[in-house]
Design a protein around this ligand. Structure first.
Ligand code: GDD
Ligand code: MG
Length: 397
């Protein structure tokens, strides 16, 4: 794979945010020595290197009642070396959709000679394990894991910590193209292979996010991303004194994190989850507030933003209506301890302009969860391990 070298890096305390890097070539051929000057602007990441990182990478597919055909396509796009972890919150009553997902995964794993994990978010065993590990943050009144992709992500992080993966990447189950999925994972692996710190994150930028209406329009930026990125950039600019446009992936649902970093960040629920990751990194490592982690700060936190070749096309349920997605993300920025009065005003103006709030109103503060590291992993694992065989698509392996 050939990818642009990071041409510009913005620094905010111990955080290094790389400018968007474009994928130049999906397949860069056999391993060959690059000439020195070629190496300056372009990074060639050999297949073997990608595979080395994919081996350490868990790919999490959160799913809730998606079309089975889409789910099937998505799992087929995940490179062979990765461990696929499906966290499902699909219906189990009436039509047992979870069962259908499990069967599909099982069949796929059987014929492709690989294994994968599939866990239901409402599995009482998992809830018990969380309780045993002292992490009840994501449990609801019934004592089960709450609904939501973010809660599924947290559970997946804990499972990945347990099976000792080094990286975790997320891919929505409603992606239309298996080829896009394949490229996302390669971008994750490529990003981690370029990282100098063990505390790193890779976020995908779409070249195009087409809208299927009459004909197809290849849009680059959604309105939500535009506004979230603007406010996120303001959050940094005010502190550094220099305007910046470095953040292009405030809302990126498709992203990956090294587990070392993932386990020390606090998270938010709903659409605030991805913007909150940035906010948490800035708060913990930006150098303005007390550092949240010494080793992390010493190595620095590195963020890669990689632009894919494939367009991003996913189910459009009308859920990405502007306000529903915008308010939580901007709420995460607004309620950050880093947020100054100028950025607060910007957030209010943007939200009022979109008629999401009144001018004198504040966006609500998203629900937040403590970092996964506070979980007692041993106690959690002791409960989960007993049932582990039933979570593997192919039992007895
Ligand atoms: N495990 C689990 N539990 N998965 C869920 C749940 C749940 O309660 N709810 C939804 N999902 C799954 C969906 O099936 C899908 O695969 C993925 O999580 C994302 O949900 P969507 O409903 O498709 O989200 P979206 O398309 O509106 O938003 C996406 O883009 C946003 C902005 O880029 C998501 O990736 C968001 O996280 C992201 O903020
Ligand atoms: Mg979607």
């Amino acid at each position: 794979m050939r990818i642009e070298a990071p041409r510009y890096t913005e620094r905010f305390g111990a955080v290094r945010i790389n400018e968007v890097q474009k994928v130049l070539e999906l397949d860069s051929g056999r391993a060959r020595k690059m000439s020195l000057h070629e190496n300056i602007a372009v990074r060639k990441i050999e297949e073997d290197t990608l595979k080395d990182f994919e081996e350490k990478l868990a790919i999490v597919i959160p799913v809730r009642n998606e079309k089975l055909k889409l789910f099937e396509g998505v799992i087929s796009g995940v490179p062979h070396e990765c461990l696929t972890i499906v966290i499902s919150n699909s219906d189990t009553e009436k039509v047992d959709r979870f069962r259908m997902e499990k069967d599909t995964l099982k069949q796929y794993c059987h014929f492709t000679r690989r294994n994968a994990l599939i866990i239901h978010q409402k599995d009482p065993v998992v809830a018990r394990a969380l309780e045993a590990g002292g992490y009840t943050d994501i449990l609801d009144e019934d004592g089960l894991v709450r609904n939501g992709k973010a809660e599924g992500m947290l559970l997946a992080m804990m499972i990945s910590m347990m099976v000792k993966k080094q990286f975790i990447g997320f891919i929505d189950a409603d992606n239309f193209f298996p080829g896009s999925v394949w490229e996302y994972v390669r971008c994750y692996a490529a990003g981690f292979s370029m990282a100098q710190s063990q505390y790193s994150m890779v976020r995908v930028v779409w070249r195009y996010k087409p809208k299927a209406s009459a004909g197809m329009h290849f849009r680059k930026w959604g309105r939500v991303s535009e506004i979230t990125n603007k406010c996120m950039n303001s959050l940094i600019s005010v502190k550094t004194g220099f305007d910046t446009e470095i953040i292009k992936t405030g809302n990126a649902g498709e992203h990956a994190i090294s587990l070392k970093l993932a386990e020390i960040l606090p998270y938010a629920s709903g659409y605030a989850v991805e913007p909150q990751e940035f906010v948490a990194i800035f708060e913990g490592f930006g150098g303005v507030l007390p550092l949240s982690h010494q080793t992390g700060a010493k190595q620095g936190v590195e963020v890669f933003q990689i632009e894919t070749r494939n367009p991003h096309l996913h189910e459009d349920r009308g859920t990405d209506h502007l306000q529903g997605m915008l308010v939580p993300g901007l709420g995460a920025i607004y309620h950050s301890k880093l947020c100054d009065s100028d950025t607060k005003q910007l957030v209010i103006n943007e939200l009022a302009h979109q008629k999401a709030i009144q001018l004198e109103e504040e966006p609500t503060k998203p629900r937040t969860y403590r970092p996964p590291k506070v979980l007692n992993l041993k106690k959690f694992a002791a409960v989960v391990e007993e049932h582990m065989a039933s979570y593997y698509a192919l039992n007895g392996q």
